[in-house]
Ligand binder design. Sequence first.
Ligand code: F6R
Length: 361
Amino acid sequence: EKAGYKHFMAKEVAEQPVVIADALKHYVKGGALNLPEGLDFSTVDRLSMVACGTASYATAVAKYWFEQLAHLPCDVDIASEFRYREPPLSTKGWAMFVSQSGETADTLAALRHAKEQVAKVVAVVNVPTSSIARESDLALPILAGVEVGVASTKAFTCQLTVLFLMALKAGLDRGRLTPAQVADHLSALNTLPGLMNHAMGLSAEIAGIAEKLAEAQDILFLGRGPMFPLAMEGALKLKEISYIHAEGYASGELKHGPIALIDNRVPVIVLAPRDALFEKTVSNMQEVMARHGKVLLISDAQGVAEAGKGCWKTVTLPAVAPILAPILYSVPAQLLAYHTAIAKGTDVDQPRNLAKSVTVE
Ligand code: F6R
């Protein structure tokens, strides 16, 4: 069942290039978007995205995409807060629920709460027969295949892929993107499976770094823009399987408090492709180094050449369109968590206190 891998998680991380290519084959035809009929964003005035855990970080990345590509006002909420906060919803708005299992109790309760108040309820799920899929007006499968490891990996990157395609559709429907611009984004997206394969090849190098990370008590992840939610996802993945305390912060927020935590025992993992925000992130990174924090810079060749000096370690990924970087950079984040957990000897596929599907509120 594990197809020669030691753990389901390793198998599912490795499957990502293939399942993402499958999802693209399904939702892109002849170089154009091929999304379900009912997915027309032209009259939508607000998108409220709701999810838990890793799926909620996928929605947090997608917020950057919907805003940037479609200029669509967008809220993201964790399901257990959304419902009880009683947010005012728009009758012209859509509510979107993202869930691997489609059975998460908090997310399902939030869906039922929103249903009568919005124009359409959309679900993004891995299990197409699930309750969340059945109770929504429109359900898009992410086509990741069965995910067994408790730590979500391939479902996360497939969620991101489908959400990115939806943001492109929203951009098109709202007159913010031309078909030619969409086609450009789609060709960039088509390079992802190959780039992710390349990133998989860094596994042994990352395992070497993870042996050192396993000695840490606390680890920080930093990112800016759409890499900020990925920093939170990297921290979640690490804490849930290695039991090391980890937090993800927006790079620019470090100086407003968390920098007090930094000393020579705290590794700080900086997820920073060489994009428009890179220089700002580098200056945040230098603040960490000035306080003897151990920086692991994950960037591309240009980023590592410009800013790698003085870092504790660097990992060099292939260059990628900055808007798609959260999908590619998921791979080293997952591999760091995986190898750190292996170094600590924890149960990677079945971490303590956790269940694959959380069906209590
Ligand atoms: C973390 C993880 C959880 C789930 C969360 C939501 O690796 O797997 O945080 O993402 O419990 O589950 P779904 O997506 O099934 O609603």
